[in-house]
Structures are given as structure tokens and as C-alpha cells.
Design a protein around this ligand. Structure first.
Ligand code: FIX
Ligand code: ZN
Length: 416
């Protein structure tokens, strides 16, 4: 019997290595910055915010506990006292399951024992093979006092881990950041004079070269507007966009995050708000020589983002970010993008903070991508256009990193 369209598409989607274009993972040579293992899986901020609703211990007690103890609280409240049905809980189960561990038969102590027997190098290889990853793009911040010294000292790069320059404090914390930049040897003042903007560009160019950054990125609050007489807008216009043009690089905007909605939850305390996509429209229209990679956190922004991408070829939507990284929303957003953009977008990034998470993030997303594509190919077949395996492979390679890289390079037509 002929293989069904769904089986063909799934086979190709599973077998195609993906370039994970945004994560919070680090080069193995950056040592402890690269998190992995059961305790880090359990204290992931997605799980902490869910556990904070169910845990018996008060938050203060939770935060004063060791990582192992915190992991124990999360395990108890989300896996033992209740069933692990949320997407983040299911993620832990899928990860363990695909590593060959029966999560049901293993208590936390034996899970820890299993992990203790793993060696970092082979474990990284195994995770990347299991998730079928071609490369991992990091989020690299010169402003991070723990990360920065690793770059200052230098290390031998793992070619599978590529860099992206993250610049949130530069844009959202000006003028405090001016003081920091001065300490780093850049002759800036609080006022955004031509000299200061020039020095900010020098800083961006220095770090782009130092880390071999592929693109520069920022996350922005819902209040972001453009054009505007604000420090963020002026820094973008006067320093970041010229820098990107100089370097031929794209600028990634992650729009709609409300930081520290509940500061008591620390990293788990961020929320979502509706971004003003008029700002994005104005950026794309006023700067046709810049390229913008954009993801939005609010479900309600997704349709407008896709419509804008139809109008501006210098805009590339990517990923189902954070609170939209749930099966129902991935299905909705990916289908909407396929229906309005064809294959000219990047459906997903993992946003993994713990290496092992790439296993579940990609396993879950790949199966939804295969379903969404199958539906579209089946509809085309009904209208007399049957796709070949080679065409499916072309499309899937495009969606899993090929289109992204072409967008980064500025090429409009297929290079391969
Ligand atoms: O700003 C970001 O890159 C976000 O992805 C993070 O801040 C967030 O904590 C996260 O991990 C979401 O997945
Ligand atoms: Zn992120």
C-alpha cells in the first residue's frame, strides 16, 4: 500500500535536522552556563510558575532552598500530588521517555542517579541526536556578569553552537547602561548625542566580532512605540539599525513581554501584553534596508504579524514564543502562517534553557508541523497538485532553518 501523505510528511519532518534559532543554551566550553539534568529540568521557570500555584511551601521558603530541594518541591506538587498534564510537565515526561527512562518507574533519587552517570560530551551528542539538531543558536549577553568573562578569556568554540548578540539592557535600561558602557571604555554620555550613538555602534561592532554573532536581538515591552522620542526608539534608529546595515545583519525583536509582573516569582514572574505592531510596521516601512526577525508573545498579535509579513519582505516571523509554545497555539499559529505566507517563515525555536529540553520542544513541535503540512498538501492534492517527496523535503528544510539562513544572509532567492 502507498505510504499515506501523513506518514511521508512525518518521516521527512522527523528526519530533517533543525537549526534551533533561539535558545538560552551555551557553548559546552562555557562550562556551568550550559544547564542539563533532572534538577535543572524541574526548576525551569515554566514549571516554577505552575508549581507556585500548588506548592505547600511558601515562596520565600522555596527560594531559600537548594536547587535539589526546589526540584523536589516542584516534582512533589506537579508530578506526585497532581497529574503532569501541562505542556511544561509533559515536556519533562517526553524528555525522559525519549532518553529511554520510564518516568513512572523512577523516583527523583533514581533519576538523579541516572543523570550522575552521564558525561557532558557524550550526553550533549546524544541529546542533539535525539532531537535531531543541526545547530543551536545561543543568546549571548555582554551585560551578563557571569557570561561576559567567558568571552573575555576566550575559548575554543563548538561549531554546533552559534552566537546571537542580546542587547536588552542597552535599549530598555538607558541611561543606567550608559554608566556601564563608560566603565567598559566607551565614551558615551547620558544624552544620545552623535558621539554617544557612534560609541554604541562601536560597542555593538566589537561584540559582534568577539562572539561572531549571527544577528542582534532584543525583547520589548508592550509599551514600545516607533517612531517616538524615547530612548529605545532613538537608540534603535541611531545605533542598532545602522549597525545592522553596516554588518549586513538582521535585527530580531521579541515583542510583548511584560517583565516582572510578579517579582516574587523572580524569573518565573514575567507576563504578556499586546504589542503595538504599528511600531513594527513603521520600522519595516522606514527601513527597507534592514531585515527584521520577529516573534510576538500575545496570541492576539499573531494575525497582525502575519499580515504585516505579507506586506514587507524584510520581515520574517519566527517561533511560537513561550506562552504560545503550547500544542493548541502552535497548531493555530503554524496553520495561519502556512495559509497566509506559504513557507516563508520559521515556525519554531525551542527557547530551551536546559539542554535536555530540546528533546521535548522539538518532538512536540515536529509532530504539529507534520500535521499542519499534511493538511495543506492533502488540500493541494485534492485540487490536483500532488507533492513529491523531494518537494516536501525542500519545504521542510526551508521551514527548519533554510529559509531563516537565507533571510539572515539577505538573499531573496534560493542559494542551494
Ligand atoms: O526574552 C527571552 O528570550 C525569553 O525567551 C526569556 O526571557 C524567557 O525567560 C524564556 O525562557 C521563554 O521561553
Ligand atoms: Zn528566549
Amino acid at each position: 500500500m502507498a505510504e499515506s501523505i501523513h506518514a511521508r510528511v512525518s518521516r521527512i519532518v522527523q528526519a530533517t535536522p533543525v537549526h534551533d534559532i533561539h535558545t538560552h543554551l551555551y557553548d559546552p566550553a562555557q562550562g556551568e552556563l550550559l544547564l542539563w539534568g533532572i534538577d535543572d529540568l524541574l526548576v525551569y521557570h515554566y514549571l516554577v510558575s505552575e508549581a507556585s500555584r500548588q506548592m505547600e511551601v511558601p515562596l520565600e521558603r522555596f527560594w531559600s532552598a537548594s536547587k535539589e530541594e526546589q526540584a523536589g518541591f516542584v516534582w512533589q506538587s506537579l508530578f506526585i500530588d497532581h497529574s503532569p498534564v501541562s505542556e511544561a510537565c509533559r515536556g519533562v515526561l517526553t524528555t525522559l521517555n525519549r532518553l529511554g527512562i520510564d518516568p513512572r518507574k523512577n523516583d527523583l533519587a533514581s533519576l538523579r542517579k541516572w543523570y550522575a552517570a552521564q558525561k557532558p560530551g557524550p550526553f550533549i551528542d546524544r541529546v542533539m541526536q535525539t532531537a535531531n539538531l543541526a545547530s543551536i543558536c545561543m543568546t549571548n549577553s555582554p551585560f551578563d556578569p557571569v557570561e561576559r568573562p567567558t568571552w573575555d578569556h576566550g575559548f575554543t568554540r563548538d561549531p554546533r553552537f552559534v552566537a546571537a548578540l542580546r542587547i536588552d539592557p542597552l535599549l530598555v535600561a538607558w541611561p543606567e547602561t550608559a554608566i556601564w558602557l563608560r566603565d567598559q571604555g566607551y565614551a558615551v554620555s547620558r544624552e544620545l548625542s552623535a558621539q554617544t550613538l557612534g560609541e554604541v555602534r562601536r560597542f555593538l561592532a566589537d561584540w559582534t566580532a568577539r562572539i561572531d554573532s549571527r544577528y542582534c536581538m532584543v525583547s520589548l515591552p508592550p509599551s514600545f512605540t516607533f517612531p517616538a522620542d524615547t530612548e529605545i526608539a532613538r537608540l534603535i534608529e541611531g545605533a542598532v539599525l545602522p549597525h545592522c546595515r553596516d554588518q549586513g545583519q538582521a535585527f530580531a525583536l521579541m515583542m510583548g513581554v511584560k517583565r516582572a509582573v510578579n517579582p516574587r516569582l523572580r524569573m518565573a514572574g514575567d507576563g504578556v501584553g499586546l504589542a503595538d505592531l504599528n511600531a513594527l510596521q513603521a520600522l519595516c516601512a522606514a527601513h527597507p534596508d534592514n531585515r527584521f526577525l520577529v516573534t510576538c508573545l500575545a496570541r492576539e498579535n499573531q494575525h497582525e504579524l502575519v499580515v504585516l509579513a505579507r506586506k514587507f519582505s524584510n520581515l520574517h516571523p519566527f517561533g511560537c514564543w513561550w506562552f504560545t509554545n503550547t500544542p493548541q497555539l502552535i497548531r493555530e499559529i503554524t496553520t495561519m502562517r502556512l495559509e497566509l505566507l506559504g513557507t516563508s517563515f520559521t515556525p519554531q525555536h525551542s527557547d530551551a534553557r536546559v539542554l535536555d529540553q530540546v528533546i521535548y520542544k522539538w518532538h512536540h513541535s515536529r509532530s504539529i508541523l507534520a500535521e499542519a503540512l499534511t493538511e495543506k498538501y492533502a488540500a493541494a492534492a485534492e485540487a490536483g497538485w500532488k507533492v513529491t517527496d523531494a518537494e516536501v523535503q525542500r519545504d521542510v528544510s526551508e521551514l527548519l532553518g533554510g529559509g531563516f539562513h537565507r533571510f539572515l544572509s539577505g538573499a531573496r532567492v534560493r542559494a542551494d
